[in-house]
Design a protein around this ligand. Sequence first.
Ligand code: SF4
Ligand code: SF4
Length: 324
Amino acid sequence: MSDIQLKDVLKFEHSFCVLPFIHQHIDTKQRQRVCCHSTTEITPERLIGIQQDMLANLPVPECSTCTKCEQQKQFSFRQTETRDWFRNYPKLCQDAIKNPVVISYDLRYSNNCNLRCQMCDAESSSEWARYIGKEVFQTWDPDSITINPDAKKIYFAGGEPFMIKSFSQVLNRIENTDCEIQVNTNATILTEHLLSALERFRDVTFILSIDGTGSTIEKIRTLCDWNIIQKNIDTLRHRLSPKFMVNTVLQKDNLDNIPELANWIDSKEISIWHAEILTRPEQFYFKNYASKLQWPESLWENACVQKNMQVYKNLKFIESSLAA
Ligand code: SF4
Ligand code: SF4
């Protein structure tokens, strides 16, 4: 099998993605999917079929989220993940295409969460489950999967990782302290067990789920407090000297606040910003925004907008769609 040429597979609507060759995603119900952007459970046999279809550039139904995104000429996770992995680990990726090996994990041991974000659900948040009188899931056993000692990246999400004790147990067993650890957090709560477990690792990134500032985030991420979030980010910075990224779900309720959010991100000197356009639940889709969008020209001068092409393109897409 010949090597993958990045410039070819990054073209819109190519079906190749690096993740099925190197990544394992297990959700809160212990189901496996190709990644968190897919909604379809897969078996080990189907994973092999997906890998073969991707190498032949055939459609992969499990990856329809990325396909739809690219059909609208928006950058997809397929493109950004594949680009980043191939840039950081070119040989490892080329080898994995021939012999798939898990070096990246996305583990969601539990849906334990203290918030009830409007775009979330009971499967991902125990607070949502409690609120609508559904079963609050239990944490699954971290011993049920073996982590590759050569893993390059482990991504913890939930639920809220600071509320999930098994994450610290997993971290305490990892000997390779060069492994990149990413924690996707709502930053509303910090717990000593996870803070202590993270202290051993050299490369820790917090992916902050920030959909706006002040009352905007407090409306979208029900039960959160913006002042506590900012205080906790300062604590994380002083205690662990981590990297920070901001993850924003673009939706009708944060469009007015985007300029202020961009200013806040720059003021915190956070250079990586991901902003994806919400597709579900449809009622929060940006096209349901009822006012006239008035983003100042200065928005496009913000460093976090200029440096992150995906954000720039998605914001431009929203602006032109709402103007049409
Ligand atoms: S193509 Fe998209 S949905 Fe499929 S594995 Fe890659 S990132 Fe995930
Ligand atoms: S913080 Fe995350 S898991 Fe919790 S309710 Fe919000 S989106 Fe869902």
